[in-house]
Write a protein that binds this ligand. Sequence first.
Ligand code: GLC
Length: 762
Amino acid sequence: MDFKQNEQTFTFSNDQRKIVLTVLTPEIIRVFEDHGESGDSFAIEGNKQIQTSVNVTQNNDQIELKTASLTLTVNSDLRLNVYDNHQHPLVLDYAGKRTPLDRSVNPEQEKLAASEGHDVLTNEADNRVLVIKKLASDEQFYGLGDKTGYLDKRGYEYDNWNSDVPEPHVESMKALYKSIPFLIGVKQGHPYGLFFDNTYKSHFDLGKESQDYYYYSASNGNLDYYIIGGKTLKEVITNYTYLTGRVPLPQKWMLGYQQSRWGYSVSQKDVAKIAEKLRANDLPCDVIHFDIDYMDGFRVFTWRKDSYDDPKKFIADLRKKGFRVMTIIDPGVKVDENYWVYQEGVKNGYFAKSPDGTIYVNKVWPGDAVFPDFARKEVRDWWGKNIKYLVDLGACGIWDDMNEPASFNGPLPNDVVFSDGKKESTHAKIHNVYGHCMAKATYEGLKKDTGKRPYVITRACYAGTQKYSTIWTGDNQSLWPHLQMMIPQLCNLGMSGFSFAGTDIGGFGADCTAELLTRWIEAAVFSPLFRNHAAAGTRAQEPWTFGEPTLSIYRKYLKLRYHLISYLYDRFYYESKTGLPVMRPLVLNYPADRKVQKMNDEYMVGTDLLVAPIVMEGQTSRQVYLPEGEWLDFWTGAEYCGKTTILADAPLDKLPLFIKKNTILPWDQSRDHVAVESNALMTFRLFGDRGDYVHYQDNGTDFEYENGQCNLYEVRMGADHSEIRLSHFGYEKPYAQINLEYEDKKEVYFFDPESESYQLKK
Ligand code: GLC
């Protein structure tokens, strides 16, 4: 074996292979083998390497590298083993070969089964790049983004190939809309992360094929992955989001309720009706979504004229009632010689091409359509400028859809020519980052046009897109299993860096029922993206559709959400610093508790709220596991000692919700939309006997907070001592009044501008 060191880069080679290890930080190691692919990472931007010392020792045939957190050994076969700094194994190369699953099927049986429509899965994925790691008997897996199924991914296999899937999403599906090849493993209680930064179609088999190994592979590209350490699961996520980026602080109203349905925006009359009903029924709401129907013949960056008098005025009128308008945009540009977007794109060569050099055409909503080559900066800049049309009309953000890219005339062939940002490349390489590049274009355009924190929602994405966009999980259906799946799916997305995520509440496809809608709004009440959306042609599922008691229950949970907008905003403030998700599985907070390692039907918000929704038709009570600590029933105040399972009563109007004893929650006033500049009053409620809380405040809209224009309040509440301390004062609108609410009393404080402090009203 040949070994070379160049500062923090270590090259190991033998007759067959050359592996390069780069130490980026004491916890992040890049493993690289050149297979001839060039181009930069799409997920990682900027230099993430910090100077750190690496201790190198050589004994016999083995070289050992030691950072402050990880120990790596490489032997003469170039086998790599990684341990934490207490010698606990984390990631170990598997010495043997794979043995593909024996499905006991001969070609004749396969043909026979296929004739009835069965999918016989004997085809081996194209595994030109292959990494096989040892699997421990107790190893658990999390992450991988939006994959279907359950929280622990062990025992399943998945593909990364962004796919538009209108059929019901079930646990046997290997790929959905997103490719986030970030895996978290826990080996004998010791966590690690693996980020496989390869944009070609890739595959993860997590102990399905064998109990001895797991593997990940890709059809092409370099062998390029990162081993990520950390003492806890939380540290692994913090390190991963250091590498690929964090969800930036949102505008505050983005946390409000959002109403949508494919079909509303056909006419101004229809949207006006929805807005009116929301207010008439006392349903708080911040955003109404405009699906594809608002466009003129599905031409992006146009507005239909037949059913709108004046879209700008209409949007301004909605704004006066507290509603913002979110407009959808698809990547497919209609082929139409008389349409300026098409003309400009053709003139400047902005669209993807067939190998023969002609513009590649497929079909999407507008019929024949062409696809912007988003990896090129000039194309992103052009797209960003086009967005100004919608911003000038008053849109609050852009919902990027169909950007896998979806196509109706068969999939795009692998050899369609797209740029990789530096040079000509192929659809095979760009497919999984197409949505990422579109979201980036959208974010940058919105930021330039508005100066505000951009609101982007995207359906397709890659690792790292969290820097630019929120996400939703695409076309789920009004099915109980999809309500059930929401919990592990959003939890795994959160552990994969995507903490601003949501599902279509009520389900997109199929027909919702009153009970399903009720349980969905309860279960999703802390889902970061909080939107009810349905497909054209499905039964209506607005909160009033089913009459009472659905409407009142729905309202109750919207109101609860609006009391807790500032709390969620605080959680996003911490998320933007640590990458830790707002909505999270219990295992993230209690990694050593075996009871929660595979828990699919409870989740937490930060560290203090535990949500145990009803996700099964007809159920009116359920078992709830409460982990270590003391817990209070949010509704009744009943106390429980943790590490116990209780039976919670859950009639239709009740979400089983628990709060850690001695927690303070900021409690917003009731209102019909998020008024970002409201600074008259803030209330803090104590649950328990005493507590501490740090609350964050800024203008909720732009980037001034980056210049220190924000306030941090340290609140302490207890029977004999309470205190409010402005520990950072940079935003000139501190709350005029702060109420501290105890179970049995209330204290009122006023801001004294002279001393810049809060004084108790005697
Ligand atoms: C896709 C989207 C869905 C949208 C529809 C029409 O199916 O996933 O949310 O309503 O297209 O634009």
